[in-house]
Design a protein around this ligand. Structure first.
Ligand SMILES: [Mg+2]
Length: 249
């Protein structure tokens, strides 16, 4: 028997589906920095020194955050009216292709992760422990291909019954966020219906996925002061830290 009292969730929720970057780990800032270095170098080369820089808050939130890597490249470039050839998945990082730019960004992310290490949000760790103690099941649902390494590096792999990440999604041919397919796959793997699952996301694309999937509850995690946008994209509730959900109303 599961009991959602004290977890800030409506009755009937049996499983929690957590995004990784920005919800479990403080890696969103690392991703934003890597995207900025990648796009600014590309735009400078293309447009010269008075190029319009990638904004690591607004451009990142709107076009890149939460999406699979190649979708992030395409979506941001499209916002500037730029279209690049797809190239091949193993294109070198200096290739002027969608995959080349994606690979440049991924190399920078891995470098930054190794340099700085990954930190977890303590409030999320407490919340995950609490929902598991109440008998709810847990999954991590991330667009990242580095999800497993990141979880392992912070000793949190065992806290999630199911992992649907960028590698699993590619294997199964699942489209990424803002489509709901990866969250739906995680719910299915956990043996629950969509109405019995709660989604925890910090990205606008993740909110869209939560809404499109008709899940039981969608929690927006506001790390950057975009609560209004999270609500506009379908959040049922917005918190700054998941530990807020453990507080008595
Ligand atoms: Mg995220």
């Amino acid at each position: 028997m599961t009991e959602t009292t004290g977890l800030g969730l409506p009755k009937g929720i049996l499983a929690c589906l957590f995004d990784l970057d920005g919800v479990i780990t403080k890696t969103a800032v690392v991703h934003a920095a890597a995207w900025k270095r990648t796009f600014d170098a590309f735009l400078r080369q293309r447009d010269g020194t008075d190029f319009r820089q990638f904004d690591d808050i607004t451009d990142y939130d709107e076009y890149v955050d939460g999406r699979p890597r190649a979708d992030g490249v395409r979506t941001f470039l499209a916002s500037r009216g730029i279209e690049l050839p797809e190239g091949e998945p193993d294109d070198p990082p200096d290739a002027p292709t969608v995959h080349g730019l994606g690979n440049r960004k991924n190399g920078l992310v891995l470098e930054l992760i190794r340099e700085g290490g990954v930190e977890v949000y303590e409030g999320t760790m407490r919340y995950v422990a609490a929902v598991r103690a109440h008998g709810l099941r847990t999954a991590v649902v991330s667009s990242s291909a580095n999800c497993r390494e990141v979880l392992r590096s912070v000793g949190a792999e065992h806290l999630f019954d199911v992992r649907v990440d960028g590698i699993v999604a590619a294997d199964r041919g699942l489209p990424g966020k803002p489509r709901p397919d990866t969250f739906l796959a995680a719910a299915r793997d956990l043996g629950v219906e969509r109405q019995e699952a709660a989604v925890f996301e910090d990205a606008l694309a993740g909110m869209d996925a939560g809404r499109a999937g008709h899940f039981g509850y969608v929690v927006g995690v506001d790390r950057v002061g975009q609560a209004d946008a999270l609500y506009a994209h379908g959040a049922d509730r917005v918190v700054r830290d998941l530990a807020e959900l453990l507080e008595r109303p």
